[in-house]
Design a protein around this ligand. Structure first.
Ligand code: 9MR
Length: 363
């Protein structure tokens, strides 16, 4: 990417740093004077794809992958060219990968690994310990603490161990908080107490020492009680020497309900702990039907949220939770809402696509 300093006539910048006229000229030697302002990082790189735009900022751009679409050429064409990171939307979850005790189904997860390798993409593993999509043999197995601890350790050993060295990040624990910041009741908390969180990180570290290990949750991207609880928990884990590398902020957002400055400040405080922060499941849902005005505001929201990540050095990437509206989880969970992703039902790019590009500072 071009990183030259540029001199620009004072007054030619919007507050967000965007150039609004063609006064800018490149120069390696510009200095600020009364009439010029030096804005070194604001040169918009030209990018043909989202992954190029992200890469120009040193970040990755990811998507969740729906296994059932991997035989669709339109889908795989976009997934391979536009994204540098892929997350298993469902196929690495406990119910998919170990549906009964000791029986592992790796076929779909292997498919994703192969897809990523063929397209020079990193893989984000999702997820090792989660109360949801948890098979009944775990949730209702009647295990005592020692037994359940062993069940978790076996699961992590077998899943993270199988892909050791090939997975960039693991969501080790997912959604362990309630919205008020208390720890969520689950078979894990109820049987093992809160130590199960730290233990899961230790087991993951042993199974795959090279993967970065993350805690992931929703409704934590803004400041608030849940984010505060996450911050305290992560601080405590770090002080105990737990091998945690990253915090995932899912960011399942609602149209018009966000504050980019608050998200940026929140990401920054976690980054200041020395952790990587990542937007892991971004989408922006709206009441249907969509219209041009809503799609334009959605584009702005994508742009602003990605801009918040780009403004934080420790924010190393953004993943959208699928890219085409046809595959989104939203309509099934929130009837009457949808259109949350940057491509439409027919895999045509929406204004949000340009919003993402602009969020990375690309033209
Ligand atoms: O997108 C996933 C959907 O296909 C599944 O049916 C659902 C089951 O809970 O999980 C969805 O993904 C979730 C992710 O794993 C964790 N964060 C929230 C996501 C949306 O529900």
């Amino acid at each position: 990417m071009r990183r030259a300093a540029i001199a620009v006539t004072a007054g030619a910048l919007l507050s967000g740093g965007l150039l609004v006229n063609a006064q800018a000229q490149e120069t390696g030697t510009a200095t600020a004077t009364d009439s010029t302002v030096e804005v070194a990082p604001e040169v918009a790189p030209e990018a043909a794809t989202l992954r190029e735009a992200a890469e120009a900022t040193g970040r990755f751009m990811g998507t969740a992958i729906a296994d059932g679409r991997l035989s669709d050429g339109t889908y795989t064409g976009i997934a391979s060219s536009e994204f540098s990171s892929v997350t298993a939307e469902n196929v690495m979850k406990w119910d998919a990968i170990q549906p009964s005790q000791g029986q592992y189904n790796f076929a779909a997860a292997d498919r994703l690994m192969d897809f990523a390798a063929a397209n020079d993409q990193q893989v984000w593993g999702h997820t090792l310990v989660w109360h949801s999509q948890l098979p009944s043999w775990v949730a209702n197995g009647g295990f005592n603490a020692d037994q359940l601890d062993q069940v978790i350790q076996d699961h992590i050993n077998n899943v993270a161990g199988r892909y050791a060295g090939e997975i960039a990040y693991w969501d080790v624990v997912n959604e362990v908080f309630n919205d008020d910041g208390s720890l969520r009741q689950s078979v894990f908390l109820n049987t093992l107490g809160e130590d199960y969180i730290a233990d899961a990180f230790h087991y993951a570290e042993a199974a795959d020492p090279s993967a970065k290990l993350c805690i992931n949750d929703y409704s934590t991207e803004h400041t608030g009680a849940k984010s505060d609880a996450l911050y305290q928990r992560v601080s405590q884990l770090l002080s105990e020497g737990v091998p945690i590398d990253c915090v995932g902020f899912q960011s399942h957002l609602i149209l018009d309900q966000y504050s980019a400055s608050d998200i940026q400040a929140n990401l920054q405080r976690f980054a200041d702990l020395g952790l990587e922060v990542v937007i892991t499941e971004l989408d922006v849902r709206m009441d249907m039907p969509a219209d041009q005005a809503k799609l334009d505001r959605q584009a702005q929201q994508y742009r602003d949220v990605i801009g918040a990540c780009v403004a934080v050095t420790g924010c190393t990437g953004v993943t959208v939770w699928g890219f085409g509206d046809a595959d989104s989880w939203v309509p099934g969970t929130f009837p009457g809402q949808g259109a949350a992703l940057p491509w439409d039902d027919n895999y045509q790019p929406k204004p949000a696509y340009t919003g993402i590009m602009e969020g990375f500072g690309a033209s």
